[in-house]
Design a protein around this ligand. Sequence first.
Ligand SMILES: Cc1cc2nc3c(=O)[nH]c(=O)nc-3n(C[C@H](O)[C@H](O)[C@H](O)COP(=O)(O)OP(=O)(O)OC[C@H]3O[C@@H](n4cnc5c(N)ncnc54)[C@H](O)[C@@H]3O)c2cc1C
Length: 289
Amino acid sequence: MSERPKVVILGGGLAGLSCAYHLKQPSVVIEKSGAVGGTARSFLINGFTFDHTGHLLHLHNPYTERLILKLLKGNLTLRQRSAWIYSHSTYTPYPYQAHTYGLPEDVIQDCVLGFLNRPSLPGSRPDYSHVAFDQWCLSTFGEGISRHFMFPYNQKLWRRKPHAMTADWCGPFVPTPALEDVVRGALERPSTQFGYNTSFYYPRKGGIQVLPEAGDADVQAHDGAPAQPPEGLFDGAGQGPHPEKQFPQRHGVHETGIGRPGPARFFVFGNPGSIFPNPGSPFTGWAFP
Ligand SMILES: Cc1cc2nc3c(=O)[nH]c(=O)nc-3n(C[C@H](O)[C@H](O)[C@H](O)COP(=O)(O)OP(=O)(O)OC[C@H]3O[C@@H](n4cnc5c(N)ncnc54)[C@H](O)[C@@H]3O)c2cc1C
């Protein structure tokens, strides 16, 4: 009889699989959905591979980069970001705050003048994490960029009013260009790239599913039968607040996959990744990794 696993890991998402991979003792991963990957899963439908939305690998941590390159054994390609924003019937490059060229003149004027006249907040820039998101936007980008993009897009994405959330999540995710970049981006379309995700890895074949399947963990999949943690495991100290209490307004993600026979290319809408701040469109964005 084989030795009993010492450690039981609930959930075969990337966190559970990574835990199994890095543990120095035997373990078993119990996965309720019938396949590993969790949010980072792909589905093969009529010969097309669809991810749970595009899962792009931004490998900033050198250890993680080495590990993933090793696990995927060359089945990776490095892509340059091509992300666009659709507003006022035109596409402008991401991020909006550094690329207003091409928008209507009055919008550009709002954005540049707003940036020049942005109010300052008490405290030291850029650590305004303690302030409400609307105040952070106004002091970082000014009134025009906030009104034309930051407020409508983020309200649509997070389903919260800009004053009802904090700015602590913005960190590296919301680029904060300097005045020169804002002005240059209003006069021409510069090639400068901003943000943490200017390039990313993505599997050549098999969608993101190849990553969770690469680790060789001992997985027991239980279709539709969630494993229950042993009674009493989470009693006592360290138990966090109930998730529903912590995130009373959580919302879901609806995915629509579109497949086309033939070589992969960005044929339908012209731009591989686009976001839509306008409240009139029912979605926040699309991506073709
Ligand atoms: C729409 C979207 C897009 C994203 N895009 C990116 C991206 O481009 N790049 C990036 O780096 N990250 C991206 N992320 C984030 C990334 O997907 C997650 O951070 C990561 O996959 C989470 O892994 P996890 O293992 O913590 O959780 P999950 O992926 O949620 O895995 C949890 C697993 O546990 C299983 N489980 C739950 N309860 C039980 C139980 N009781 N018994 C047994 N099994 C159970 C679930 O079935 C699931 O398989 C994105 C996330 C979303 C939602």
